[in-house]
Design a protein. Structure first.
Length: 168
């Protein structure tokens, strides 16, 4: 059973995950428009991942007998700049999400909510991966700079990313 405070916090986190999905969907559109199909694919897979994160929380609130509350989703900023700037913005956003997840874990400890503590472990691990992926791409993009060939090669590499739905 979830406390009122925990239900509210989980609903807020679900909204943040929906915003992440919306943000990456917009970034994907920006990359398609800029002729960067591989980057567009990467961000579209990221969109799918974020939707699955939101749904994981949605299912958990329901399973625990809580009330899912949907709120409006903020508009993404829209002007994304170069691929390097996009990944720097992505990392910054994921660091914000990591902090938010850690805040939820602290609340679960404070409330002695053992079920939610276990539930959140998946998200703690996932955030390590999310930030590592962004850091790796930032390093590669810094290496190639604005050089067309290098960007083209990274774009090719990102074409192969596929979405693997998380296990229940
Ligand atoms: Fe859901 O991990 Fe990114 O935001």
């Amino acid at each position: 059973m979830l406390s009122e405070r925990m239900t509210k916090a989980l609903n807020e986190q679900m909204n943040k995950e929906m915003y992440s999905a919306y943000l990456y969907m917009d970034m994907s559109a920006h990359c398609t428009y800029s002729g960067l199909g591989g980057f567009a694919n990467w961000f579209m897979v990221q969109y799918q991942e974020e939707m699955s994160h939101a749904m994981k929380i949605y299912d958990y609130i329901n399973e625990q007998g809580g009330k899912v509350v949907l709120n409006s989703i903020e508009k993404p900023p829209g002007n994304f700049g170069t691929p390097l700037e996009m990944f720097e913005a992505t990392l910054k956003h994921e660091q914000f999400i990591t902090e938010s997840i850690h805040g939820l874990v602290e609340l679960a400890y404070e409330e002695k909510d053992y079920a939610t503590q276990i539930f959140l472990q998946w998200f703690v691990t996932e955030q390590i991966e999310e930030e590592a992926n962004d850091n790796e791409l930032i390093a590669k993009l810094r290496l190639v700079g604005d050089e067309g060939n290098g960007l083209f090669m990274i774009d090719k590499e990102l074409e192969s990313r596929t979405f693997n739905p998380p296990k229940k």
